[in-house]
Ligand binder design. Structure first.
Ligand SMILES: [Zn+2]
Length: 259
């Protein structure tokens, strides 16, 4: 286990009231093998969450890590591993994972050709990928990544309270949200509208920002035999702490894992 990588074996971890586990510096010698059923007899969904940045670094990253850790612990069926190290994303590491989550990543992360191939074959071979917010402001120089995440960030014209329309209230990653939600966010636009290639789950209500047009904000797509999900929300800590956002993350993890 690389220094800087915190393996959080949430299925067994005892958590403090703040929701942060008593973080080990490496894997626990008593850790179950990843395919062992958890205490409830449920095989956990193994999620590897990367928050590495080579460009802009969001202030919300510590909150994102804490919230996802806490949420995974409460969910009971998710084993989350956090890393800040691009070098931790290898074929060997991915062999023990079900979902790769790029949360608030940015810039040209220094992945080797082998790492890139491992990421693509992981998802196309039947596993899951999730990108959050600036995951689309990441790896512009790797077009296959652009297809995996669905689009590349263009600009963020609106940082304000606005309304988001739920396009599919039956999808696991957007159900329970109702028809729309209003929140303070930094709302993204993209170089190309991903709608022809993906199933859009959320879009901005343009009238709520005094604009017009089609602005998808969350989507799902097949990627080979695997599944990819992206959500453009997540700029602010307040979004990560918002249960309406957390339920989307939980649904997305289970959906991309094929559960
Ligand atoms: Zn942002």
């Amino acid at each position: 286990m690389k220094r800087g990588t915190i393996a959080v074996l949430l299925v067994l971890a005892a958590c403090s009231p703040s929701g942060m586990p008593s973080a080990p510096s490496g894997p626990s010698p008593t850790a179950p093998s990843p395919t062992d059923p958890g205490p409830a007899g449920v095989t956990p969904i193994r999620v590897l969450m990367l928050t590495a940045t080579a460009g802009f670094r969001h202030d919300a990253i510590p909150t994102a890590r804490q919230v996802m850790t806490s949420m995974a612990a409460s969910a009971g069926d998710i084993r989350l591993t956090l890393t800040e190290e691009p070098s931790a994303i290898t074929a060997t590491a991915l062999a023990d994972q079900d979902v790769l989550l790029f949360a608030l990543t940015s810039g040209e992360l220094p992945f080797s050709g082998e790492q890139r191939a491992a990421i693509l074959s992981f998802v196309s071979g039947g596993k899951g990928f999730i990108g959050v917010h600036s995951a689309t402001d990441t790896l512009y120089g790797w077009p296959e990544y652009g297809r995996l995440v669905g689009a590349y960030f263009k600009e963020h014209p609106w940082t304000q309270q606005a309304t988001v329309i739920v396009e599919d209230a039956s999808h696991p990653a957007s159900k329970g949200l109702g028809d729309r939600l209003t929140l303070l966010e930094e709302f993204y636009t993209f170089r190309e509208n991903p709608r022809p290639q993906v199933q859009v789950l959320l879009r901005l209500d343009p009238s709520s920002v005094g604009a017009s047009g089609d602005y998808p904000l969350a989507w799902a797509q097949a990627f080979g035999s695997g599944r990819s999900y992206y959500n453009a929300l997540g700029h602010f800590s307040s979004t990560w702490n918002d249960t309406r956002f957390q339920q989307q993350m939980l649904g997305a993890i289970r959906w991309t894992a094929g559960r």
